[in-house]
Ligand binder design. Structure first.
Ligand SMILES: O=P(O)(O)O[C@@H]1[C@@H](OP(=O)(O)O)[C@H](OP(=O)(O)O)[C@H](O)[C@H](OP(=O)(O)O)[C@H]1OP(=O)(O)O
Ligand SMILES: Nc1ncnc2c1ncn2[C@@H]1O[C@H](COP(=O)(O)OP(=O)(O)OP(=O)(O)O)[C@@H](O)[C@H]1O
Length: 421
């Protein structure tokens, strides 16, 4: 049953207070929009919106959080209902402004310098609490590894493949050249999301291998909840330590993403094949350098219950090419709400009200979410407990269409500069 929006709003008015003063906690990480703290004793994380994320002209912090929770709930029911339990809806709580100010001060030295220009949002004093996906119960038994992957856009609408002649690079791989121009990355990533979402096990393994080499902001690793630092070689050494070899690690993660462990309540490990253990070749085929062209054509269907299939289905909510999305966006009413698609997705009872822009915005969330694969198990063991979770399913505002139009124009310029098609 879909709860009315008013019920979600009312819930935020009578929230339980949370204080971290009597608990050990630490800075866990952050993205563009949220800072995340972990509370190891509770096995939870506290996600705090950054300033400017709520309380804008149109929406208050409470409305923003209510929208996020409603959207996450609708997304879970619509796209992640296959029994894999990949999505949890966070629990809203209230933390005093004074405590948030203190937390902001304490975490500052731990934050990446490039992210410090935005502090914690104090308006509304609202936070979202969810399980810490980097650990497994019981939390006092060490040896839990977690890899967090932001897989990005794994499917391109046919009208967008054809745009501007024959396209050789997918959006992620083309975007690398803009990041290169801006000095955000040292070299283009060897990772291609079309491999990750190809449904072909070997390509998925290679995608994970490429992410280990070029993690950028697309792969993080944790041991017992603590973030590990990448070396010049990325996370290869950590992956080798986790499973005995990089090859076994990639096989395990690819298997988890393809749903191998779901349906095995005893956590039986069905993904690894020791006979495939082989030397690492630093060739284009294994993702060391980006291939000249992304493989747009070779995808095969994935198991319906697997997390990659669920994310891909959500990405495929984009039902028209980006040019058509832009022209619908340009013709909209200037006062159209930024998050109208949230309740249209939730109610889902009036197909006529659903627009190409709505579909594009839902797809945009699925292009920016993160997947956590967490496991405990000795490298030599044939039985591994593996959990797969998805987070960062926040709705994107209507203005995302314009943001993407500008981004795409800059990506094209950068690609031309590098003579990349
Ligand atoms: O546009 P993209 O593909 O660069 O994605 C943005 C991400 O950049 P990335 O390329 O993954 O480094 C960007 O990530 P970073 O801040 O670069 O780590 C955000 O996730 C951003 O979302 P939002 O503005 O916080 O809602 C993302 O923006 P949206 O596209 O989701 O609006
Ligand atoms: N449930 C969780 N368990 C463990 N760690 C988490 C969890 N949620 C978030 N994190 C950590 O905090 C980081 C930032 O969180 P998140 O991706 O939600 O931020 P964001 O600002 O929404 O990101 P983006 O830039 O993609 O919009 C994540 O990359 C992850 O390392």
């Amino acid at each position: 049953m879909t709860e009315p929006a008013a019920a979600w709003d009312a819930r935020l008015k009578s929230l339980q207070e949370l204080t971290l003063r009597d608990k050990a906690w630490r800075y866990q990480g952050e993205g563009n929009a949220n800072v995340v703290l972990s509370v190891p004793a509770d096995g939870t994380v506290v996600r705090v919106m950054k300033e400017g994320e709520g309380g804008g002209a149109e929406t208050t912090a409470a409305e923003t959080l209510s929208l996020r929770l409603r959207f996450c709930d609708a997304v879970r029911r619509t796209f992640f209902d296959g029994g894999g339990c990949h999505v949890d809806v966070p629990v809203p709580m209230r933390v005093s402004a004074e405590e948030l100010r203190e937390i902001d001060r304490v975490i500052r030295p731990h934050r990446p310098p490039g992210r410090r220009h935005k502090g914690l949002g104090l308006a509304g004093c609202l936070v979202a609490v969810c399980p810490d996906y980097t650990v497994l119960p019981p939390t006092d038994v060490p040896g839990v590894w977690c890899v967090e992957i932001k897989p990005k856009q794994g499917w391109v609408h046919e009208d967008d493949v054809a745009v501007g002649g024959v396209r050789t690079k997918c959006p992620f791989c083309a975007h690398q050249y803009l990041k290169l121009c801006r000095g955000d990355v040292q070299r283009p990533s060897g990772y291609c999301p079309l491999d990750m979402f190809s449904g072909r096990r070997e390509r998925v393994r290679q995608a994970v291998r490429a992410l280990l080499r070029d993690p950028q902001n697309n792969l993080k690793m944790f041991l017992d909840g603590d973030p590990l630092a990448a070396t010049d070689d990325g996370f290869g050494a950590a992956a080798g330590e986790a499973r005995g070899s990089i090859r076994r690690f990639c096989a395990l993660v690819a298997g988890a993403l393809l749903g191998d462990f779901e349906g095995y309540p005893d956590g039986r490990d069905g993904s690894e094949d020791d006979s495939e253990e082989e030397e690492e070749h630093h060739s284009a085929a294994s993702g060391a350098v980006p291939p000249a062209s992304c493989d747009f054509a070779g995808a095969v269907p994935m198991p319906r219950h697997c997390v990659l299939h669920e994310i891909l289905t959500m990405q495929q909510m984009q039902t028209s090419g980006f040019a058509a999305v832009c022209s619908e966006y340009d013709g909209r009413h200037p006062r159209d709400p930024q998050f109208g698609h949230v309740d249209r997705l939730r109610l889902n009872d009036d197909a006529a009200a659903w627009t190409s822009v709505d579909g594009y915005l839902v797809a945009a969330t699925a292009r920016d979410c993160s997947v956590y694969v967490t496991f405990r198990g000795r490298p030599s063991s044939s039985s591994t407990a593996v959990r797969v979770k998805v987070s960062d399913l926040d709705p994107k505002p209507l203005s995302t269409v314009d943001k993407h139009r500008n981004r795409d124009a800059n990506v094209s310029l950068a690609c031309r500069q590098y003579s990349v098609g």
